[in-house]
Write a protein that binds this ligand. Sequence first.
Ligand code: ZN
Length: 343
Amino acid sequence: MEQIDFEKLKERPHLFILGAGATKATIPFGDINGLKSPVMEDFLAITGLSYILKDITIRTASNNIEDIYSELYETNQLELKDEIEKGIISYYSKMQIPAKPTLYDYLILFLRSKDCIATFNWDPLLLQAYNRVNQITKDLPQLIFLHGSVAVGLCKTCMRYEPLQNVTCSKCGKPLVMSKLLYPVKNKDYQSDIFIRHSWSELEDYLERAEILTIWGYSAPKSDVAAREIMYKAFSKVFRRLDLIEIIDIADKKSLSKNWEDFAEKTNYHFDIKENLLDTYIGKYPRRSIDAYVKSQLEGNWNCIPWEINPNMTFDELAGFIMPLLKQEETKSSAGAPSGSCR
Ligand SMILES: [Zn+2]
């Protein structure tokens, strides 16, 4: 058998995939003005859009936005469908991240530029967090928006994206347009919009290469069948038995295991379920998750002592905590990877 190159494994990315549960955990008391982040089940009630359906009868008895939106789409009730879309954009455009550091700030700072966060969420909070923690370091993970986001602006001339709040493209000066949002219907079109297509091919690339895949608050709902298929195909393309899957979710552990069984099987059941971000590898080994995993689990080194992270740090405290790690990254290796260090 070919010998395993542990140093090579340590250079591989950590990939996070976020669903609605991640934003909900990030702002448990709502955004800066108390606006709550909805999930599929309570979507219309939380966003105040229930009035759109008050004069019509729909077949589905469900409160789930997937079922409702799909029915409007399939029965060609296009005006109502458009009204819901406008309501979604206007609700999410209002959302603002709380002033103190949130779990999204921790998440972004605790990963490095070789890593990636791919989100299914339309809300602007992840990008808002990114825009403030990049004052601490520019060595931050790639962001991918799998269903678009109200905060992402596209320049169709340069074929690039940046925060919509910049208004014009910082390269060519042309106006930015909001990325197209993918709404919850069964057959989502991942191909025709160039930004969405590009985002998915990037995700496939990270899925193939990731050493740890952490899925936070994403349950692969039934309207995401195609998404799950693409993800599974990319994930199972290569040898996976040394890799780790982490699930962060507050749902019942049995049903979570069942839901991700086919992925877990590929990794020979290197599979962990946690309820909190800070209990996972990046919470214990910020900016060193892959190094620590390979060192402690694969190389059998017992010297990896986890951090106890204070979840209520101010931005100054967070920056102070991160600084020695950044220094170590600068000095340890020209490639920027402090090879094999857990802390
Ligand atoms: Zn441009």
